[in-house]
Design a protein around this ligand. Structure first.
Ligand SMILES: [Zn+2]
Ligand SMILES: [Zn+2]
Ligand SMILES: [Zn+2]
Ligand SMILES: [Zn+2]
Length: 90
């Protein structure tokens, strides 16, 4: 079976999130996921699925690591820099 992402190499891994069969090049060994899913995970925790992209840095963030301001959402790092983070800690 060929890797479902690059369609070139032999698939030797299965992503635990999407179930795609992928080659080692397209697999994140320590997380057990494919690179396509890595891009859908929060860039801060790398655990939860991102709910949207930070309006400032453009990185994917989960609900927990983002702050919603009106219609947009910022990651906690940007929110902190912008002075709009009200939650303590983290
Ligand atoms: Zn591949
Ligand atoms: Zn995947
Ligand atoms: Zn997160
Ligand atoms: Zn950000």
């Amino acid at each position: 079976m060929k890797c479902e992402l690059c369609l070139l190499n032999e698939a030797s891994r299965v992503c635990r999130i999407c179930g795609r069969h992928v080659c080692v090049d397209d697999y994140v060994e320590d997380k057990g996921i494919c690179i396509a899913c890595r891009d859908t995970l929060c860039y801060i925790c790398g655990e939860r699925l991102a709910v949207s992209l930070c309006a400032r840095c453009g990185k994917p963030v989960c609900r927990l690591h983002s702050v919603r301001v009106g219609l947009v959402r910022y990651c906690v790092n940007c929110a902190r820099e912008l002075g709009i983070l009200h939650q303590p800690g983290n």
